[in-house]
Design a protein around this ligand. Structure first.
Ligand code: FAD
Length: 409
């Protein structure tokens, strides 16, 4: 569980079966917002004085349908549990850099090393079932919304903004054949980073670059091995240093080369931005980030990034709440402090804000994979995440969660 959420003075956790869930959401008495926890990896899956609805116990279904290659899942599963359940069928879908996150990853537009080739995990959703904040149950299929303007608005809102409107309990997802992957993970100098970024922007969609900057800079490049062939890009770049992994769950741990020391326990908040290619500006952005890294307030503060483009850009911007379909990079900031160190927390959050500003010109969007309704930056993040779609989402909030049982929008 996220360390900050674990240490919160939560009112407690509710494990509600599908019969009780609508009644509890419609009930006016619990303090709001009611927090929701699936993989429990974000800081906001538990909070001081608030109840958490825990999906882990009752929403664990996993049924693969051979004929359609769809999988029906409960939203209490982690991405590792999902891929493990699909392994025996030789199927998968693009998850992120770890199997630990839960359905928050699917619903908030999570991306991973295969997203340039296969799209966002969210783009694989075919059906969504759950309960709106007002206690009314729903079950929407991708095909049902064609020609139905109202249903299409619900569908768009659920894909990327579900945590503000509903508790999602079940999903049908498209799957893909499992592919072996080549991975290159190595430490580089800061001076080499702009070249890596510029060169990755020319890579085919079968490859992606991730990097993370802590005490050291790590690059983590992944390339999908073509059917019956060999990957050409990474072996050409790295020779023997490129390792072949059987599937996404076999990839090495991202970020392990950024420090020589085991980190001591810390609390953190994470903010992800979205934006276009860095191209010729890569040097100047990296220089700005170097200044920020020189004054990071805690050794676990980091700046990282993952690459988008390719398939993530082929979906119409107005068809989901993930509006930055032209994004090429998602840089994210980890603002860390020692548990209980309130001045340290303040400095870390100020640093996160300052790095976010340094990135903003090239990365105007926000990837709302972590909710920050407990922080002053929440309103600006909503604007940066949803742009001109935000007023429509706010209208839907009035209709579907009028008493703001779920996170403020
Ligand atoms: C180790 C690690 C690696 C990661 N790698 C990546 C990556 O490669 N790419 C990427 O994009 N992100 C990545 N993330 C971020 C992560 O995907 C998001 O923070 C995601 O929202 C976490 O979902 P969760 O279910 O694990 O967390 P939770 O804390 O349980 O939930 C996160 C948020 O989603 C909401 N939510 C969760 N489930 C539901 C539901 N069923 N219905 C309604 N609301 C719900 C919750 O209200 C909560 O606010 C990573 C995070 C970690 C910890």
């Amino acid at each position: 569980m996220n360390a900050l959420a674990k240490d919160a003075r939560s009112e407690g956790r509710l494990s509600l079966n599908p019969d009780l869930l609508p009644a509890v959401l419609a009930h006016p008495l619990h303090p709001t917002p009611l927090l929701v926890s699936s993989g429990a990896t974000s800081s906001r899956c538990a909070g001081n004085g608030l109840w958490t609805l825990d999906l882990k116990r009752h929403y664990r279904e996993l049924r693969y349908h051979e004929a359609s290659s769809l999988v029906t899942i409960g939203t209490g599963l982690t991405m590792a549990e999902l891929l493990e359940g699909l392994r025996s069928h030789q199927r998968a879908l693009p998850i992120g850099l770890s199997g630990v996150p839960g359905s928050g990853f699917l619903l908030t537009g999570g991306m991973g090393p295969l997203s340039r080739l296969q799209g966002l995990a969210m783009d694989h959703i075919q059906r969504i079932e759950g309960v709106w904040g007002n206690g009314v149950a729903f079950n929407v299929h991708r095909h049902d919304v064609i020609g139905d303007e109202r249903a299409a608005r619900y569908w768009r809102a659920l894909l990327g903004a579900a945590p503000f409107l509903a508790v999602v309990t079940g999903l049908d997802l498209r799957t893909r054949p499992i592919k072996p992957l080549a991975v290159l993970q190595e430490r580089i100098t800061v001076d080499a980073l702009p070249n890596w970024i510029r060169s990755a922007e020319q890579w085919p969609p079968s490859a992606s670059l991730q990097w993370s900057w802590g005490d050291h800079v790590e690059v983590y490049a992944v390339e999908c091995v073509p059917d019956g062939g060999t990957p050409d890009l990474l072996p050409a770049l790295a020779g023997e240093a490129a390792e072949i992994c059987a599937d996404q769950l076999s990839l090495p741990v991202f970020g392990r080369l950024t420090s020589d020391q085991k980190p001591s326990p810390f609390h953190c908040e994470v903010l992800g931005r979205l934006g276009s290619s860095w191209g010729e500006q890569a040097e100047s952005v990296v220089d700005r980030l170097r200044e920020q890294m020189m004054r990071r307030p805690h050794p676990s503060c980091r700046i990282s990034a993952q690459q988008l483009g390719g398939a993530t850009g082929t979906v119409a911007a107005a068809s989901t709440s993930f509006i930055y379909r032209d994004a090429v990079w998602k840089p994210w900031i980890t603002a860390a402090w020692t548990p209980g160190d309130l001045p340290g927390r303040k400095h870390a959050l100020e640093w996160m804000d300052s790095v976010s500003h340094a990135l903003m010109a090239l990365n105007p969007g926000v990837h709302l994979a972590q909710l920050h309704d407990h922080l002053p930056c929440h309103d600006q993040e909503l604007k940066d995440a949803f742009g001109s779609w935000l007023p429509s989402l706010q209208q839907l909030k009035v209709e579907l969660d009028p008493d703001q049982r779920l996170c403020r929008l």
